[in-house]
Unconditional design. Sequence first.
Length: 174
Amino acid sequence: MEIFIERLIYATRWLLAPIYLGLSLAIVALGLKFFQELYHLLPHVFAATETDLVLVTLSLIDIALVSGLIIMVMFSGYENFVSQLDLPKESEKLSWLGTLDTTSLKNKVAASIVAISSIHLLKLFMNAANISNDKLMWYVIIHLTFVLSAFAMGILDKLTKKGKGDKGQYDQKY
């Protein structure tokens, strides 16, 4: 009975596969939004102000960052929790594929969130004349919370690795 339950629990990891596949639909939606923004921008590129052009460009960069984050979560999550990808030897393979454990993924997600938050904050500052100081203050506080959280997670990861006997890159040099 115990072996059956253990195998059943282990097999439930496959319930994550449709979720990771579903994330690809989010990338399709983001891709459509990306090209919609571009379609709206291009006919008016010479009439647009520099600020408007920068704001649209920041939105496009934001979409690209979120899309990359989804790809990272999709592939590394699938490999870490469901099954390793069986790619043919002659096919192109992403250099980071198979190297991201859950801790590395968590740190990359945190760094991506900080980058995305930075872009949103920059967009707000470029439009600061139309936004109340209270709102700007809260956006800065939220952004700093993301920054501090990512920093703390990185420090904790480094401390955990040292505690397990792994030497970080810094320790190996000196």
